[in-house]
Design a protein around this ligand. Structure first.
Ligand code: 1BO
Length: 272
């Protein structure tokens, strides 16, 4: 497994995303993913599956220190006291002593960012989180957050796949030594039938999804593909035995535009 390193954090390059996975099925997927070699599991308070993620971790038998667990704080918990209380609740649901990475799930302009980041830093100082960061932050918000945060922000988790150009966010994160973690990295399954990716994959004996994940990792971006199918788990992690050429990387990057975003909400920031 390759790692993405930023501001002292070492994040396994491929993780299991658990958005929309619930109940026993979620626990089973986490357990199986770890058995297949995943060492990075991503959840969120809003996904309503932290309990099952914790059950999956324990069922796998893995040493807690050998797996990197991320959770995200929902925006209604951004007032300082609420934030600390909500992370304590996440710890209880996951049944772990510390979370490897705790993120602000989306920006929330109704609560001063300085207060929220102060509380997030405190969660780290109290030992509840090993690292802290943000998610769905634009370049302007990254600049504000970095200037205001009392502790280093190690990552920005954003939607990123070949159909969405995220060059500006990538550049800002690199400038501030923040890792980029890509959610929806295979564009919610749309990548699977992409002709360019399939054609490139033929030369390596890889699927379009594997080419897509390799393209992300080769840019030093971590990816958290979600799947509800256990048989897909080995495919998504089997991307470390080949490398794309510069020309293949460029061809895939040329497919992206600002219009390729798949996850948007009324409360989202004004995207770059
Ligand atoms: C609203 C959830 C987006 C991905 O974490």
């Amino acid at each position: 497994m390759q790692f993405i390193e930023a501001s002292g954090a070492r994040i396994p390059a491929i993780g299991l995303g658990t958005w929309e996975l619930r109940g026993r099925a979620c626990g089973r997927l986490v357990e199986q993913a770890i058995k297949f070699g995943y060492r990075h599991i991503d959840t969120a308070q809003m996904y309503d599956n932290e309990r099952e993620v914790g059950e999956g971790l324990r069922a796998s038998g893995i040493d807690r220190n050998d797996v990197f667990v991320t959770t995200k704080i929902w925006t209604t918990h951004f007032a300082p006291n609420d934030l600390e209380r909500s992370v304590k609740e996440s710890l209880k649901r996951l049944r772990v002593a510390q979370i490897d990475l705790v993120l602000l799930h989306w920006p929330n302009p109704r609560i001063p960012l300085a207060e929220t980041l102060g509380a997030l830093a405190n969660v780290k100082r109290l030992g509840m989180a090993r690292h802290i960061g943000v998610s769905n932050f634009t370049v302007a918000l990254i600049e504000q957050a970095v200037a205001l945060s009392p502790e280093p922000l190690v990552c920005n988790q954003v939607e990123y796949h070949p159909y969405l150009n995220q060059a500006k966010v990538l550049e800002a994160c690199q400038r501030h030594d923040m890792a980029v973690v890509a959610y929806s990295p295979v564009a919610k399954g749309r990548i699977k039938s992409d002709e360019t990716l399939r054609r490139i994959g033929t030369a390596y004996g890889k699927t379009a999804a594997q080419i897509c994940l390799r393209w992300l990792v080769q840019q030093n971006v971590a990816a958290i593909p979600r799947t509800a199918r256990i048989e897909r788990l080995p495919e998504n992690i089997d991307i470390f035995d080949f490398a794309l050429t510069d020309s293949e990387m460029a061809q895939i990057s040329a497919m992206g535009s600002a219009k390729g975003r798949l996850t948007d909400f009324g409360f989202a920031p004004k995207w770059d």
